[in-house]
Design a protein around this ligand. Structure first.
Ligand code: GUN
Length: 286
């Protein structure tokens, strides 16, 4: 049986670290606030947004909630972002994705001041990450690096295969694994020899969005398997992109769903908000 990489415990460690750092900032007279914007009432988004607000309260970050109706226009959303960009007391801006179809997500993300882009989605932050400059790191991939580091899993020189090429997970994940000196391959829906490719991986990171797709025929013995997927199965139970029961005795370590990658995203978001507050303070000479 593989070692279970416990995202609940590791994310709690990070939240406790941020809580302490926030307390220190408070003693220096500094406060932190994160604007959380949701457009429409997608139930999954509402769950994520509520969790973000709850964890903000836990670590000592104020959340400024903006729940906008589905019919909100792109101009109205851009105007709100413009206002928040100019508000000194707002340190981070998060626009929950996906947005309704009539709003251009790329335009909205790039309207956020990159210094407040705690999701790490702005093209300036993505570009900075790409060329190895300081940037806000996208929360899910950064959380996966923390899971690996804090579980004592070496990345340098390892063969890492990432399944999925989204802007939120796959692409930045590849950049972060490269930064850790892994040898990286990105596979996607058009990849021809997916099984053979995955079977080469020392570290297999799956973010393809297909419930229980990855079974033991995709996994090398002793591999580390990271499952980014989250779905409800036929019995309404949560499951990932990996068939956990099928691969668990083959790999050396694996993240469960739930309780693996999921809790890390919010913990890393809190870390980014702390970073936004402390770097803004430095910039302003405070
Ligand atoms: N939708 C799914 N994941 C994310 C995320 O990490 N940030 C935002 N803003 N929206 C999301």
């Amino acid at each position: 049986m593989a070692k279970i990489i416990d995202g609940k415990t590791i994310s709690m460690e990070i939240k406790e670290e941020v809580k302490e750092q926030m307390e220190k900032l408070r003693q220096e007279g500094k406060k932190a606030a994160l604007a959380v914007i949701q457009v429409g009432a997608d139930p999954a988004s509402s769950v994520y947004v509520n969790n973000k607000k709850k964890v903000c309260a836990y670590v000592g970050i104020e959340s400024l909630a903006y729940e906008l109706p589905e019919e909100t226009t792109e101009e109205e959303l851009l105007a709100l972002i413009g206002k928040l960009n100019g508000m000194e007391e707002c340190n981070g801006i998060l626009v929950q994705l996906p947005l309704p179809g009539h709003i251009n997500e790329d335009k909205v993300i790039d309207a956020i001041d990159p210094r407040k882009d705690v999701d790490g989605f702005h093209t300036k932050n993505v570009g900075a990450l790409c060329v190895g400059q300081r940037a806000f790191l996208p929360c899910t991939p950064a959380g996966i690096i923390q899971l690996l580091v804090r579980s004592g899993i070496e990345m340098e020189g390892k063969e890492c295969v990432i399944v999925g090429r989204s802007n939120i997970v796959g692409k930045p994940m590849a950049l972060l694994m490269l930064r850790e000196n892994a040898t990286v391959t990105i596979a996607h829906s058009r990849t021809k020899n997916l099984k053979e490719l995955c079977k080469r991986a020392d570290i297999l990171i799956v973010a393809m969005g297909k419930p229980k797709f990855i079974g033991r025929e995709y996994v090398k013995e002793g591999a580390v398997v990271i499952d980014v997927g989250i779905h409800r199965n036929e019995n309404n139970k949560l499951c990932g992109d990996v068939d956990f029961e099928d691969v668990k005795d083959l790999c050396s370590a694996i993240t469960p769903v739930p309780g693996g990658v999921g809790p890390m995203t919010i913990a890393m978001l809190m870390k980014n908000v702390h970073e936004a507050v402390s770097s803004a303070a430095t910039e302003n000479g405070r």
